[in-house]
Write a protein that binds this ligand. Structure first.
Ligand SMILES: Nc1nc2c(ncn2[C@@H]2O[C@H](COP(=O)(O)OP(=O)(O)OP(=O)(O)O)[C@@H](O)[C@H]2O)c(=O)[nH]1
Ligand SMILES: [Mg+2]
Length: 230
């Protein structure tokens, strides 16, 4: 059964957001530029924007981070995928309304021996996808540790998205969806259950991040116009 749950964390994280422009935007892994496309030049007043969004994936080894990225970027699933060594990088550009969002995706290695490398990837990220395996309670505890680390050492106001992967195995589930929803709400995160194997909610996960960042960017532009500090 397909599970659809994309919840936007609102409220808690909207105050104090940095203003995503110029150097500061780049430092946060977010870069927006206005561009006149062919279509735009033919249709006066229609200006499209292109955004680059740096996103990192964090979580226990084996939860399916690389599989999620592989499904999103290549629409492919490999049963025999190898554990990631260090980190891997992929990009994918998706439309979001009248904008084009290019995801710069850093897929980190979940094995403990690579833990110390993670800050290199989450620093400067606009969003982090923190993945757990719905059939492994331990991986949910690890997710909470990642959230704590991001809050203490990650970029201020990084957008967090929680992905409960392997929802195709819900008959052997250990983590109730309710627990994930409650936790996500408490930290103002996007939450969704995914299956890289069956291509469930993978697009929706990244679309949710896209839309959330777009909203945050727009609200900060309004604050800037009004002269209100975020
Ligand atoms: N049933 C099922 N298996 C999955 C799913 N996603 C990944 N797997 C399997 O889980 C195992 C681990 O997947 P990876 O994508 O390598 O996990 P990872 O989080 O990248 O692991 P590290 O690179 O070690 O951090 C592989 O055998 C995958 O085939 C899923 O949605 N459903
Ligand atoms: Mg991996």
């Amino acid at each position: 059964m397909r599970s659809f749950l994309i919840e936007l964390g609102v409220g808690r994280r909207t105050n104090g957001l940095g203003q995503f422009s110029g150097r500061e935007g780049l430092d946060r892994g977010l870069f927006w530029e206005s561009l006149e496309t062919t279509q735009a030049s033919q249709t006066p007043g229609l200006v499209e924007r292109r955004a680059e969004l740096k996103v990192c994936l964090l979580g226990d080894t084996g939860v399916g981070k690389s599989s999620i990225v592989c499904r999103f970027v290549q629409d492919h699933f490999d049963h025999n995928i190898s554990p990631t060594i260090g980190a891997s990088f992929m990009t994918k550009t998706v439309p979001c309304g009248n904008e084009l969002h290019k995801f710069l995706i850093w897929d980190t290695a979940g094995q403990e021996r690579f833990h110390s490398l993670a800050p290199m990837y989450y620093r400067g990220s606009a969003a982090a996808v923190i993945v757990y395996d719905i059939t492994k309670q331990d991986s949910f505890y690890t997710l909470k540790k990642w959230v704590k680390e991001l809050k203490e050492h990650g970029p201020e106001n990084i957008v967090m998205a929680i992905a409960g992967n392997k929802c195709d195995l819900s008959d052997i589930r250990e983590v109730p969806l309710k627990d994930a929803k409650e936790y996500a709400e408490s930290i103002g995160a996007i939450v969704v259950e995914t299956s890289a194997k069956n291509a469930i909610n993978i697009e929706e996960l990244f679309q949710g991040i896209s839309k959330y960042l777009k909203l945050v960017f727009q609200s900060n532009c309004i604050f800037m116009l009004l002269g209100v500090k975020g």
